[in-house]
Design a protein around this ligand. Structure first.
Ligand SMILES: Cc1cc2nc3c(=O)[nH]c(=O)nc-3n(C[C@H](O)[C@H](O)[C@H](O)COP(=O)(O)OP(=O)(O)OC[C@H]3O[C@@H](n4cnc5c(N)ncnc54)[C@H](O)[C@@H]3O)c2cc1C
Ligand SMILES: Cc1cc2nc3c(=O)[nH]c(=O)nc-3n(C[C@H](O)[C@H](O)[C@H](O)COP(=O)(O)O)c2cc1C
Length: 568
């Protein structure tokens, strides 16, 4: 391994230090393990590794799916950097490690020095839960916590610096655990080394869009496409309810505009791998979704009375998110720039390009190896410039050019059909939220599931935006879709939404629930509280429950996995 301190010679696995062949001085080892789904924690972890190496550590970077807890317990100093996903769950690459930790011997991590840096989003109920769970479990297994965990919100770039400096200083003072002659002694019998999974963000599968069909009518205010993808690898092994991650590239127009604004030609080499700035901006960095951290950094140079600075300093996260809605990185730069931004510094503040998730709208039983997606194309104009969604725009052009794209599977944790196929299902999926339910229905049709199916669908107008109308009506006439309730909010005086239909159909909904039905909700996250409220109202009126009883009933449905949401 080569670091700033020179070539390092590994003398013995798991010793407290390595020796630099140049200086002959002891170098302390640090293992930085990350749990990351969309790349932020991985990126932060890699920056920490660079910083640590710059300070004379021999630091290594590892994904949590590259090692078992037994491997981790043999490290001298452990830093875990992890995100949280999907209602408090581990990122997918941390799940096997977490599962194995549950059966680990009670002193597996005895005296192993560790620290945990958690990142998350305080808008979610289970803020930083994955980090907190890992921290607690390593402690239970005897690990020596060298400093308290830090839970960082979305502006982690700005809020983690002090903790990271402290962590690196503290780890230097730590004497690692003495090794036994046979380090294997500490392993849990039966534990298998983690296999390197395929079909991940780091090792994606490939896909080609082989069919594209416009679902919305041309006069609709939004364009929704049905795509069919031929996919390689593990992505084909999905269940209805899972999602597919698509890794886009940024549009070349946006990249060129940004280069122009920064005064760069684009051919400059950026980073250590010889890539040009243009290539890096197109493939590696998120340019469409400016993060709160970069806005906070940019406004530091603004006059104290600048409205954007005031907004950031007000700490009103919702107002700031509203301001960011519709703005890409170029808009933010243009509106916050008072003095010249140093391009290098700006680039170093960017975050990795995010993959986008799409609910799978097909069923392996009905559709073989083809994966279907239902995608609403993001396109709008602001500040005299046309803006296109990074991924929905990318998919549209990939469909035209038949370019090979990168994808990987995102298995759902709970959002799957009931094991018992005689159970009834109630599906609430307005807009593109209908996608997974198309997969459910196709699956239930082919498997001849005995349970009944009820779909609630809605949008603004029936005419241009009733997605899959013909298919749904056919499923109805085939007897697969037993009930279909639609709400087109703007087709009559007074708005009507799916939650209003739920209230209207309350008596039958309560009867279905009493008979063991499961309820699924999919779509924009703003619908979740409205559906909760509508179901509570149904339970109060038709189940004659007090508000407390209704609340407990809904909670028990959730804990039985009979009330599941996939909202985004
Ligand atoms: C689990 C999961 C499942 C999902 N399933 C689906 C699915 O089945 N179908 C689907 O279409 N999407 C789905 N999504 C959303 C999807 O992942 C993307 O977020 C979406 O396609 C937008 O990505 P994009 O790259 O095209 O747009 P981006 O480049 O990410 O742009 C989005 C940004 O554009 C701006 N914006 C968007 N619309 C407007 C507007 N009208 N006016 C002004 N500004 C606007 C906002 O700033 C917004 O943040 C799902 C998300 C998750 C997490
Ligand atoms: C679908 C989804 C679900 C999330 N759920 C949670 C959550 O339950 N708790 C939390 O603190 N953060 C949650 N987050 C926020 C992520 O932890 C945060 O965006 C983090 O920076 C992602 O890091 P990663 O890119 O390394 O995966 C969620 C993000 C997404 C996209």
């Amino acid at each position: 391994m080569t670091t700033d301190t020179g070539e390092l010679v590994r003398t013995n696995q798991g010793t407290s230090s390595e020796v630099s062949s140049e200086t002959g001085t002891a170098v302390q080892t640090l293992s930085v393990l990350y749990g990351s789904q969309t790349g932020n924690a991985e990126f932060l972890a890699s920056k920490i590794v660079d910083k640590a190496n710059g300070q004379g550590y021999a630091a290594e970077l590892m994904s949590l799916d590259m090692l078992t807890p037994q491997d981790a317990a043999r490290k001298d100093r452990l830093l875990i950097v992890t995100a949280t996903h999907d209602n408090g769950h581990m990122p997918d690459n941390a799940q096997p490690f977490w599962d194995q930790l549950q059966s680990a011997g009670s002193d597996l991590f005895k005296d192993v020095p560790f620290a945990v840096l958690a990142i998350g989003d305080s808008m979610y109920e289970d803020f930083c839960k994955a980090g907190s769970d890992l921290d607690e479990r390593l402690g239970e297994l005897g690990g020596k916590r060298i400093l308290d965990r830090l839970d960082c919100d979305v502006d982690y770039d700005l809020t983690s610096g002090k903790w990271i400096r402290g962590m690196l200083e503290t780890f230097k003072t730590v004497v690692p655990k003495k090794r036994d002659n046979n380090p294997e002694d500490s392993t849990v019998p039966g534990a298998n080394p983690a296999e390197q999974p395929k079909g991940t963000r780091r090792e994606p599968d490939t896909a080609t869009v082989v069919e594209a069909r416009l679902l919305s009518a041309p006069e609709s205010e939004k364009e929704v496409w049905h795509y069919e993808l031929e996919v390689s690898g593990d992505s084909r092994n999905y269940r209805p309810g899972d999602s597919l991650a698509v890794i886009p590239t940024n549009s070349i127009e946006l990249v060129e505009d940004l280069l122009g604004f920064l005064g760069l030609a684009g051919s400059e080499v950026f980073g250590e791998d010889g890539k040009t700035v243009r290539e890096t901006l197109q493939n590696d960095y998120e340019l469409r979704l400016p993060h709160l951290g970069i806005v906070a950094w940019l406004v530091e140079n603004l006059a104290p009375d600048h409205p954007v600075r005031n907004l950031v300093e007000s700490g009103d996260r919702n107002a700031l998110e509203d301001w960011l809605w519709g703005r890409d990185m170029l808009d933010v730069l243009q509106e916050t720039r008072t003095t010249d931004v140093d391009p290098g510094e700006f680039l170093s503040m960017l975050r990795p390009l995010q993959h986008r998730s799409y609910s799978i709208a097909s069923s392996p039983l009905a559709d073989g190896d083809r994966i279907h997606l239902t995608v609403s194309t993001v396109q709008y104009e602001t500040a005299g410039r046309r803006h296109s969604g990074a991924c929905s725009g990318f998919l549209q052009s990939a469909a035209q050019t038949k370019t090979t794209i990168k994808v990987f599977p995102l298995p759902a944790h709970e959002f799957h059909l009931p094991h018992d196929n005689s159970a009834d299902v109630i599906m609430v999926g307005p807009g593109v939220g209908v996608a997974p339910f198309r997969g459910f229905l196709r699956d239930r049709e082919v498997s001849q599931a005995r349970g009944r199916n009820w779909l609630f669908f809605g949008d603004r107008h029936e005419k241009p935006s009733w997605l899959y109308q013909e298919e749904m009506e056919e499923l109805q006439s085939n007897g697969v879709l037993n009930r279909l309730s639609v709400a087109f909010s703007r087709d009559q005086q007074g708005k009507v939404y799916v939650q209003d239909r739920i209230r209207e159909e309350g008596e039958d909904i309560f009867a279905w629930l009493s008979g063991g039905a499961s309820v699924y909700v999919c779509g924009g996250k703003q619908i979740a509280p409205d559906i909760d409220e509508a179901l509570l109202a149904v339970l109060r009126s038709h189940g004659a429950m007090t508000p407390e009883k209704a609340h407990d009933y809904l909670q028990s449905l959730k804990s039985e996995g009979r009330y599941v949401k996939d909202v985004y």
